[in-house]
Design a protein around this ligand. Sequence first.
Ligand SMILES: O=C(O)CCC(=O)C(=O)O
Ligand SMILES: [Fe+2]
Length: 421
Amino acid sequence: MQQHREVPYPVMTTIKTATAQDLCTQARSIWLEASSIEELDQVEQLYRQALNSKQQSNKTTHDGRPLKKKKKRTAIAELSAVEYRKAGERLSLLYCQSGRAQKAKKGLEYLGFTCRLSQQVLDYPLPSKHNGKSRKRTATKQSHSKSAPPCVIYDNFLYDEELEHLKAIFGDPKASYWSSHSYQVEPPSPYFSYVLPLLPKSNRRSKSFIDQLVRKVWRLPQLNSKFPDLSHATHVEMWAHNRPHASGHQMHFDSDDEGRGGVRNPIISTILYISADGGGPSLVTNQRLDSSNLAHKGWLAHPKTKRLVAFDGRVLHGVVPGKGFSRQKGGRRVTLMFAFWKHIKVRDEATPGSSRPFPIESEDQWAAGLLDDSLTLKTGASADMKDQDPIEIDAVYENLDGRHWTRHNDMPDYEQVFQGF
Ligand SMILES: O=C(O)CCC(=O)C(=O)O
Ligand SMILES: [Fe+2]
């Protein structure tokens, strides 16, 4: 758990030079790129200052005289209700990420939450020698047993040259893949993805980098024995993310067209970690759309370059925001996702959006890089590929006192569950 130095409560209650909203904006931008404990302390202080900000009241008595000094300073929060809520949630997340969930309780209660992601999730265990040890080969045989995780992790799935090729396309936040889609994480830009058919080897495009890479995942024997339906896939949908350390991705179900017209899940979704200089773990749970309870089990996979994570396309999952500060100034968490579909509607529209056909004629740098056929990928996974155990979490949700939200608790409304991101 990260050590957190307590900072004195802010002394100033009247803000003259910046509005409380400015303080929140400043806090968030420092937080997203923070690389020291001092910066994190500053973030916390700014939020507390914004939440405690007061304006001089212009109120007068009924006959027009100013109120006595004490009354004149009637507190008026400068933040709008929405901003106040956001700032309160941000500060609560900082508490939960640093072993101080108890301190978040009052604020979360005030904001109407009854339940939150657990300490084990928000203040997640860091990768260590004891976590994610290599699994014995026989362990994969349990894949049909009820308690088997709905996800698998393979380290060193990619060869170095494959990673380098992907880094050149997706690594730089200014690269054409991001700029040509006006990608941003805060506030998030609209979702966009591309669909490729899973073609027989004889197809003319099957030598492109992206087709070879997709095939390498799709045909991985270990993945096919864990998820037998994978062989029925006809299309793959690809999308990617490039996040600073503190940026998370709310809990969600992967769905065709983002769930418009009803949720339709892929057979499996996969995550390839291209850059892991920052960012929190992926969290996969055992909750499904038709579950009548919140997830009671979860599995964490930390970002690690060349790693492949695959999970049952029906389960709730997300990205936990990186806690503390980034190991590297400006470090990014870059992931490339593939969802394998039996049926998916390809939406051929002029603007970026959900499941567009892969632009095979495009001269955009990113598309050209993925269509490049000069690199022959070695078939199969890299020789030192290793399966790893995800880190098992036995409480995904807790009440505000930190007690497990068990199967015996009611299903709370979505707005009552604090995710912190
Ligand atoms: O980046 C990750 O770990 C997973 C992201 C994800 O679930 C998504 O983009 O749908
Ligand atoms: Fe997802």
